[in-house]
Design a protein around this ligand. Structure first.
Ligand code: ATP
Ligand code: MG
Length: 426
């Protein structure tokens, strides 16, 4: 059955029609949700100059160190990368087209991202994100808006059991102070550091705090805390975010160890986490990145954003027993004989003119075999046209569910009858 020589790339999934129906439903829901907050869609290329990600994400992050699909353009030698995330591309596009400095921007995008990770449930090499970026906003109100948006989406999707974790990373100066203290501290305990931590000690010591290695937990617990270095402004910003969440009854847990994987974050960071997807429990993550725009060559401007992993969200919904929705289909059109087939093809187009969803049987075969296909198509009804019907300008309309009654009607009355059926179906 399967052909071992022709398989998709490991970690890159086909989404087959049954499941794609769930994706379509999800995308419709998400789009309405984004519009309800006035966010506008932006679409960037899948491939960007490698330098963009190195500069935006940081040279010593997991993504840039080991997860990027980078290659040289065989024709001109350019260094290119399949985008591992959307924020860098989005900011690049906004700067390139001068969108930002006339008005702040609320933007969203959706699409495939690529990371060379070890594939497992909820972790793929091509995966999909919905990303939301608010550019040009400095205040805590927009951080809170983004978190409230997420809470609303979970409600609309029927997702339960996701917890919100928040933290503040402070600003550049306090992070720098904290960084120095961390290095000093870990230098006093080099014997206890694992290989990753040793490598990161002088490049990205903050990431050591993020280590999942059980043997490191004690020394991490005793490390200097960023909380103790925060400036008054950053504290006030964080307090204001929390106050808005409180006002809306959005529960959160403050997680001082939440540092996020990418370099560009400052102040508010947040993650929505479930315990039900094993180690791949983060379904949505983001925060403020006031330094990024300047870092990739723009005039400094504040910003914040988040991204959610569609595969993980859908996995959660499926765990909750959500089934793939059916392809919505009103009519399967069955026909036999030259005159009947000719009429059927006209009728099919007329029904589509009336906004009905119609499959016109193709490929001939007996009435019996065509009716079998009609039954398994999921259509509300079959419209049957044989020679008899064709001569009379009529069709037989057969309900494919509940009782299966059938009536013969003039083709001109078909759409009216089908609508009545549709209504009685509820
Ligand atoms: P993780 O800690 O799970 O590796 P991350 O911090 O690398 O996640 P982000 O870069 O913040 O993830 O991406 C935002 C979201 O995209 C994640 O919360 C997750 O839902 C999803 N995501 C990230 N990497 C993958 C992947 N390889 N496969 C599927 N979804 C992913
Ligand atoms: Mg990751």
């Amino acid at each position: 059955m399967s052909n071992p020589t022709l398989q998709a790339v490991r970690g890159m999934n086909d989404i087959l029609p049954d499941e794609a129906q769930l994706w379509l439903w999800f995308e419709d829901t998400v789009r309405e949700w984004l519009e309800s907050y006035g966010y506008r869609n932006i679409r960037m290329p899948l491939v960007e100059p490698t330098a963009l990600f190195k500069r935006a994400i940081g040279e010593v992050t997991d993504i840039v160190e080991k997860e990027m699909y980078s290659f040289e353009d065989g024709l001109n030698g350019d260094h290119l990368t399949l985008r591992p995330e959307g924020t860098a591309s989005c900011v690049r596009a906004v700067l390139q087209h001068n969108l930002l400095y006339n008005a702040p921007q609320r933007l969203w995008y959706a699409g495939a991202m690529f990371r060379h990770e070890r594939p497992q449930k909820g972790r793929y090499r091509q995966f999909h994100q919905i990303g939301v970026e608010s550019l040009g906003f400095a205040g805590p109100d927009i951080d809170a808006e983004q978190i409230l948006m997420c809470a609303r989406l979970w409600k609309e999707l029927g997702i339960r059991d996701v917890g919100l974790q928040i933290n503040t990373l402070g600003d550049v100066a306090s992070r720098q102070r904290h960084r120095e203290k961390l290095i000093t501290y870990f230098e006093q305990h080099t014997a206890l550091l694992d290989a990753d931590a040793t490598r990161r000690l002088h490049t990205n010591p903050l990431r050591i705090l993020d280590s999942k290695n059980p043997a490191m937990q004690d020394i991490i617990a005793g490390a200097p805390r960023l909380m103790d270095e925060l400036d008054a402004e950053a504290i006030a910003h964080f307090e204001a975010v929390k106050a808005i969440l409180d006002q809306h009854g959005v529960a959160y847990e403050i997680n001082p160890r939440l540092v996020r994987g990418l370099d560009y974050y400052n102040r508010t960071v947040f993650e929505w986490v479930t315990t039900r997807l094993g180690a791949q429990g983060t379904i949505c993550a983001g925060g403020r990145y006031d330094g990024l725009i300047e870092q990739i060559g723009g005039k400094a401007a504040p910003a914040c954003g988040f991204a959610m992993g569609i595969e993980r969200l859908l996995a959660l919904l499926q765990e909750d027993g959500m089934k793939n929705p059916l392809v919505p289909l009103d009519v399967y059109l069955v026909h036999q004989g030259d005159a009947a087939s000719k009429l059927a093809s006209t009728v099919a187009e007329q029904l589509r003119d009336a906004d009905l969803k119609v499959v016109l049987h193709c490929g001939g075969g007996s009435f019996k075999s065509q009716m079998k296909k009609a039954d398994s198509s999921g259509a509300l009804c079959a419209v049957i046209i044989g020679d008899d019907e064709a001569q009379a300008g009529q069709a037989t309309l057969k309900l494919l569910r509940e009782g299966g009654e059938q009536v013969r009607v003039a083709t001109a009355d078909l759409q009216q009858k089908i609508r009545e059926l549709n209504l009685s179906r509820g």
